[in-house]
Design a protein around this ligand. Structure first.
Ligand code: CP
Ligand code: NVA
Length: 323
């Protein structure tokens, strides 16, 4: 028996969330359903003891507003608690090896929620712990963000299949998780990036494995107008992700034609909605009028981080029995 199964919800087949492709389409849709159920239930009751007495360690190498607050609030609402370990606290891979940290945390807490630079740190944590590990953003992926985004789009449309999303900007971690999610679920995605900033080939190849059965259409272009034409949703993110601060000035020039402004948005469907994972860099990847305008759903996305992650924690920790 897998060691993890002993300390996880025995009814759940989900072991970790290191990448969105740890989940099948059915598992993603199941988590979204559970997110909606708990969202309604929490309106009537302040707490649901689905992770009563459980503790999550938040291992964060990078700053965060949304991810940290929503995981901490979600754990509280489920009857559990969090220990926050910031960049100066444990020296992930410097003061101590990642496997050693994973083995120690497994003796004290019930879940590791990790925000890291190198994606391998999150997979190393997962491989060396006997408790669930959740990727709270790595240089390669941001699966929790995408669960919240899917929930937001589902609430608006009533279904996800056949929606067309346009991405304009950097082929980054958020874009990678979106590509995998769309290809698994069967949503169409058109990605516009500058040359040299396309998503990694490994992600595109993986997506094509999934599209054979999901029939999703995933395309790459260097022309944002082409990507956005008649799209249902237009998504953008920062031009310089955390860790790329020293490239920010150079990137501002390269990415300018990919700015999400009212001229670009006018090419999408008249009822198209605007997505951004936040934090936004106003006047760079997105203009104020679009970010704050009537078609923006960025705060619904931010709220849904709480609902999606609460469902994920309930799923992973729900019937957990630790001796
Ligand atoms: N979208 C997101 O992950 O926000 P934070 O970096 O503030 O957590
Ligand atoms: N791509 C951004 C996402 C922030 C939530 C970054 O990695 O900084």
């Amino acid at each position: 028996m897998n060691e993890k199964a002993e300390v996880q919800n025995p009814k759940s087949r989900i072991q970790n969330l290191t990448s969105i492709n740890d989940l099948t389409k059915e598992e993603i849709l199941g988590l979204l359903k559970k997110s909606q159920e708990l969202k309604q239930a929490l309106k009537k009751k302040p707490r649901l003891p689905l992770a009563d007495g459980k503790t999550a360690a938040l291992v964060f190498e990078k700053p965060s507003l949304r991810t940290r607050v929503t995981f901490e609030v979600a754990m509280q609402q489920l009857g559990g608690s969090c220990v926050y370990l910031g960049p100066q606290d444990i020296g992930l891979g410097t003061r101590e090896t990642v496997p050693d940290i994973a083995r120690n945390l497994s003796r004290w807490v019930d879940c590791i929620i990790a925000r890291v630079f190198e994606h391998q740190k999150v997979t190393d944590l997962a491989e060396n712990s006997s408790i669930p590990v959740i990727n709270a953003l790595s240089d390669d992926e941001h699966p929790c963000q995408i669960l919240a985004d899917l929930l937001t789009m589902l609430e608006l449309r009533g279904e996800l299949e056949d929606a067309t999303i346009a991405w304009t900007g950097d082929g980054n971690n958020v874009c990678n998780s979106l590509i995998l999610a769309c290809s698994i679920i069967g949503m169409n995605l058109r990605i516009a990036t500058p040359r040299g900033f396309e998503p990694p080939k490994a992600i595109i190849d993986k997506a094509h494995e999934y599209t054979r059965s999901s029939r999703a259409q995933i395309s790459l272009t260097h022309d944002p107008a082409k990507a956005v034409k008649d799209a249902d949703f237009v998504y953008t993110d920062t031009w310089a992700s955390m860790g790329q601060e020293n490239e920010a000035e150079q990137r501002r020039k390269i990415f300018q034609p990919f700015q999400l402004n009212k001229e670009l948005l006018a090419k999408a469907r008249p009822d198209a909605r605007v997505l951004h994972c936040l934090p936004a860099h106003r006047g760079e990847e997105i203009t104020d009028d679009v970010l704050d305008g009537p078609r923006s759903i960025v705060l619904d996305q931010a709220e849904n981080r709480l609902h999606a992650q609460r469902a994920l924690l309930a799923e992973l920790l729900g019937s957990l029995t630790r001796e």
